[in-house]
Design a protein around this ligand. Structure first.
Ligand code: ATP
Length: 235
């Protein structure tokens, strides 16, 4: 459903992506791993239209994304959960979620249906729907950011470091929900420093280094690959 071919992108003279080929099949979870500065965030931003590309192409559902604004891409089915969550602190949990629905101009009936779905996935958000975003814990804010993206009813979810800053048990909890969402048929790209968690949920993975794909394969095999263990698993 997504095919990036020979993609390149740069910040001025700093080349962040070079000749990147990455694809995602319908319903598939794909992990994108690599050290700080490898280009993972830049790749997600290129897919969601926040970062212009210098070369190559991105096709989604068989059509090129060139020239489409980020808003059009959201309406087309691509939702991005940025690093750092970016929830709106002065809005309630429910208001944050409704902003996700507004992105695709959903009607009231659809919005209520989707809200019920998000609350079913994340019961803690239902309990706290009238609380302000800033009053949530880090793990709850991450769930809210994911829930807000789901309200746009995407077919591809881009998740940038969903475990960042979370205690191990909370990171596992967030990943358990991510696995449930994927089993429901939603395709996703998981950008992660926590390689173990990401490779556990993903079917396939890619390793980025200095803006290039240096390794790719089946996630379960990658988790056992000594090159990946040495470089990214910390043991
Ligand atoms: P991290 O895990 O730290 O977010 P990453 O793999 O997501 O790392 P990117 O954020 O995509 O990496 O960065 C890729 C390269 O682009 C790095 O060399 C980085 O310094 C550079 N870069 C990223 N954002 C900017 C920016 N706004 N201006 C200039 N250079 C940038």
């Amino acid at each position: 459903m997504l095919r990036c071919t020979d993609l390149s992108a740069a910040y001025g003279d700093i080349v962040a992506l070079r000749g990147v080929d990455v694809s995602v099949q319908k319903g598939e979870a794909v992990a994108l791993i690599g050290a700080n500065g490898a280009g993972k965030t830049t790749l997600l931003r290129a897919i969601s239209g926040l970062m212009p590309i210098r070369g190559g192409s991105i096709e989604f559902d068989g059509a090129p994304l060139d020239g489409l604004s980020p808003e059009r891409r959201v309406r087309g089915g691509i939702a991005h959960v940025p690093e750092g969550r970016r929830i709106f602190p002065g809005l309630t949990v429910k208001e944050n979620l409704l902003i996700g629905a507004a992105a695709r101009r959903a009607g009231r009936h659809e919005t209520e249906h989707d809200l019920a779905w998000v609350y079913d996935l994340f019961p803690r958000l239902a309990e706290r729907e009238r609380q302000l975003g800033w009053s949530l814990s880090g793990g709850e804010q991450q769930m809210l950011a994911i829930g807000r993206a789901l309200m746009a009813r995407p077919s591809l979810l881009l998740l940038d470091e969903p475990s960042l800053g979370l205690a191990p048990r909370l990171a596992e909890e967030v990943y358990a929900r991510i696995a449930t969402i994927n089993r429901g048929g939603l395709a996703m790209i998981l950008v992660e420093q926590n390689t173990v968690l990401a490779l556990d949920v993903a079917a396939r993975g890619y390793v980025l280094e200095n803006g290039e794909v240096v390794l790719s394969g089946v996630a379960s095999e990658m988790a056992g690959d000594p090159r990946i263990r040495d470089a990214y698993l910390g043991h």
